[in-house]
Design a protein around this ligand. Sequence first.
Ligand SMILES: Cc1cc2nc3c(=O)[nH]c(=O)nc-3n(C[C@H](O)[C@H](O)[C@H](O)COP(=O)(O)O)c2cc1C
Length: 236
Amino acid sequence: MFYSIIKFIIFLTIFSFIQVDSQGIAASPFLRDGRFGVYHYDVTAMKGRQVQYPIHPMILARRSLREMNGLPISKSTLMSLFEASRWAPSYYNVQSWRYVYAMRDSPYWDKFVNALVPANQKWARHASALIVVLSNKYQIHKGEKKLVETHTFDTGASWMLMALEGTARGLVVHPMSGYDKEKIARAIGLKSDDYKIEAMIAVGNRVRLISNEKITDRNPIDKFVSEGIFKEKVYQ
Ligand SMILES: Cc1cc2nc3c(=O)[nH]c(=O)nc-3n(C[C@H](O)[C@H](O)[C@H](O)COP(=O)(O)O)c2cc1C
């Protein structure tokens, strides 16, 4: 009897760690923790990443995962990602970033998928949304068209906020440069040279609680940081 009670308690403890979300997907408490509302980023991703100095754990939790379950995300979730991207800093607050998206159940979806290189199509077709990231090279300043030298830099900051917002919600937000530029320009009806296509992004729901995809590492800080004088460093 005593052992049965112990077994029952162990069973309850394990079971309480498995939750099923509104889409019927089992999710760990790391991915879905009611205390944080929609925010439930994956702390397990951090285990394989060693830091030299302490940083916010969400930065380590962001990963370019390829596994996605093909289920939809809501339009309002996608809009929250764009909302995050909206708050990036930019040169004179010009906000050069532009985004064009396709949800997987929309008529635009196939054209977006077909623009990807085959290696990316293989996994990104299980995404919930595909996004084209563009930047506007110019601004109109005092009636004159002027080059915004930082259009790419500013757009990089904008997409990264989207990536962090997605990470905080337990989503995959995976950037890609493997696509056919002409195909995607045609798909989104881009005709002007004033815009640079910067990247595409796959946004989707994760498949498993603890991904077995390879965790990428980084160069040590002294490889890319110098004090006072720039030092050319040889990367391995
Ligand atoms: C501009 C850019 C282009 C990328 N293109 C691809 C791509 O075409 N296909 C792919 O699978 N991953 C792509 N990646 C993801 C990188 O491989 C990934 O960011 C890198 O390996 C570091 O891993 P992490 O993002 O999980 O930290 C791209 C990332 C960036 C920033």
